[in-house]
Design a protein around this ligand. Sequence first.
Ligand SMILES: NC(=O)C1=CN([C@@H]2O[C@H](COP(=O)(O)OP(=O)(O)OC[C@H]3O[C@@H](n4cnc5c(N)ncnc54)[C@H](OP(=O)(O)O)[C@@H]3O)[C@@H](O)[C@H]2O)C=CC1
Ligand SMILES: O=C(O)[C@@H]1CCC=N1
Length: 269
Amino acid sequence: MKYRVLGVVGCGNMAYALVKGLTQSRFDFETIVGFDVNPARLNLFRQEFSVKPVSSNQEVAEQGDIIVLAVKPGQIRQVLEEVKDKLTSDKLLVSIAAGISTSLIEEVAGSHVPVIRVMPNTPCLVGRGISAIAAGTGASVEHEEVVARMFAAVGEVCRVPESYMDAVTALSGSGPAYIYLVAEAMSDAGVEVGLPRDLARLMALKTIAGAVAMMEVTGKHPAVLREDVTSPGGTTIAGLRELEENGLRKAFFRAVRRAFERSMELGRR
Ligand SMILES: NC(=O)C1=CN([C@@H]2O[C@H](COP(=O)(O)OP(=O)(O)OC[C@H]3O[C@@H](n4cnc5c(N)ncnc54)[C@H](OP(=O)(O)O)[C@@H]3O)[C@@H](O)[C@H]2O)C=CC1
Ligand SMILES: O=C(O)[C@@H]1CCC=N1
């Protein structure tokens, strides 16, 4: 089965990152059709990515071969009710909604519809996403393969048991926001010790980018790389001590735990 038309239900932030990443990649859909209740969003997708705007989710489901559900988790059930009559076994449904299980989707859409659940993140926009994928009971290995290739065009893909999805959501789905907060906090901290704001921001961003590249290129454990920066009796150990005493690790443990719980809550609504 050749999947020529991508259908996008909900043209929000994550759909934007995905569609932009895909249009810049070699993964080729003949057409992308989309619908959003907000006409401004649909117009943006039309202007930026030549997405063909249609006037309902039903039309997306009718015209799309692969249909990506990119509305908020609380809207998934209603959207599925709207489109289920258009969903045949030769369609492929991809849900990126946090917390929403493939079994819930199959329950509403019908078990004849192949469903793949994906948790991507916004760096898909620049081809540097990380996406976890898990197949529903009605999806074949081939279905999973198609979706893996699609998301591999915008970053890395990991196949995971569906039971990992809430944890993945809390770590890599939400994770970019944690890092933007760190970048912002580092920039402000630089300003506080006297750097001009632009310079502080540049230093913070390039330091984060350089540190990420060091982890990727050397393959060394972060703790080893951290020790290389930490001269005895020097500045780094003084700064690290403050971060530890102020509960940086604890804050991350708590943040990821709370996001994990929230993902489960979203699935229960
Ligand atoms: N943002 C992220 O980094 C990630 C998000 N996700 C998942 O992606 C999904 C979308 O998240 P996100 O992009 O952040 O959210 P957004 O609110 O930015 O996008 C959702 C879009 O869907 C529109 N919408 C609402 N109801 C309908 C409807 N019935 N039919 C069609 N469109 C509708 C919304 O319009 P309006 O705002 O007017 O209601 C909005 O434009 C969520 O399920 C989320 O869990 C997954 C991974 C990462
Ligand atoms: O904040 C959210 O709920 C979504 C899911 C992961 C990232 N954004």
